[in-house]
Write a new protein. Sequence first.
Length: 94
Amino acid sequence: MFRAKSLDEIVADSRSQDRTFGMRPHTRLPKDLAGERILSFKQGAELFGVSVATFRRLYEAGKLGPAIRTSERRLGLRAKDLLDYLAKRTGATA
């Protein structure tokens, strides 16, 4: 079973794997821009605590909001859209 990670844990993991070639990555975004961060499907799956395949099925079912093309072959999703979906889902079951 997967353990859901917080957005901060996912960002920290991606920074540790980031290859900046001597450049210092931004360490903090203003709170109003944090929701605009684009997460990969892998990062989204970690946030939700599910496999990438399950996360992709949620996206394909239209439950996660619009994707943003980050390159020719990659898609990402806004962190705010994912957090909104989680809030709705937990609010509906609680």
